[in-house]
Design a protein around this ligand. Sequence first.
Ligand SMILES: *Cc1c(COP(=O)(O)O)cnc(C)c1O
Length: 400
Amino acid sequence: MAEQQIANLDVQLLKRKLRITQTPCDTTAIVDQRELKAFCSNDYLGLANHQLLVRALGEGAEQYGVGSGASHLISGHSIAHDLLEKKLASFQSAHIPDTRALFFSTGYLANLTAITGLARLAEQGGASIYSAKLNHASIIDGVRLASAQSKAAVTLFDHQQLDLLIESLKSDSHPLKIIVLDGVFSMDGDLAPIKELVQIANDYDALLLVDDAHGFGVLGKHGHGILEMFAIHSERIIYIGTLGKAAGVSGAFICAPSIFIEWLIQKGRPYIYSTATPPAIAHTLLQSLEIIEGDEGVTRRHQLNRLIEIWHKEMNFSCWEKVVSFTPIQPVILGSNASALAAAKLLDEAGYWIPAIRPPTVPAGSARLRITFSANHSIEDLRELIATLKIIEQKVESEK
Ligand SMILES: *Cc1c(COP(=O)(O)O)cnc(C)c1O
């Protein structure tokens, strides 16, 4: 059965392939013995191979060993985790009153925990979840699990048509309402209309869960994320950030008024039943947060913004479609899986690593190249990419 299913994927041009890198994550990579210029990672600030962080990981291992040995509630919660959580909370303290942070091994786990855990605040069937249609898979799975475990009602909404969300909320009598969405949409790079959503959450007595996986470290003067960027202050916000993207390491966190964090520690099953991340990782992340917040972080975000500006000024396609995005995620929509794969192959031959993103990661008919910038890219790197993309567009379109 599996053979047939995989053959079907192949026929539809939907079969995915692993590629093995032999180098640290950076703007160049050796993949299958060839050096490629990489515009595909989420290491937006270029910290994944930063020498201070490499050193911090070694120090962390010296100090704490390599494993945590148990889940947080048994014996795995180290002083390194505690220090990290306090620092993470300080990043959001101007935006969420009485904020406390909870550290997770992955963003996937943080989303599962936040959504299922919060839904359990209401009696069975008492929660109503509003989830944006283009949300990340880990939110979708969290919502599905909450629906199965707690009989939460689920409504999907379009984050660009909030009037429809308001209409649904008006007639919703569930005692607990939760709105959940990406802060930066991972495949389009656009931002959640956060100010309007906070207002809606206030008007309809809802919680607002924002997954800022692609905004944390990148948005806001100090890199604190989308809440800093829009100067949001609300006791209704549950903020989720991940630490394997701009922060360059691994892990994730939930920041919320402390009473919600206390509840998730009691009832968040994916948190409770999973081994704590090695404390050395938490120790490394403390160093990463210092870079993000300090002058070097400011300089790195400035470089990203220059790259984004040049991209919009100088990248003109005749057929392909650029998306309006002011984040380091710059998708180019080609439409068919075949075109996206052809373009990715030509880019590979030209020495670039930019994968084709196909359904179900993106809606059918919107296959794309997902180009991402890193602060380690130079302006020259970007200009070379722009010139290459123009040539490849002509080739792919003329061979259609
Ligand atoms: C990457 C991502 C996650 C998952 O985070 P991991 O730490 O990689 O598990 C969650 N939400 C969004 C929007 C993401 O892009």
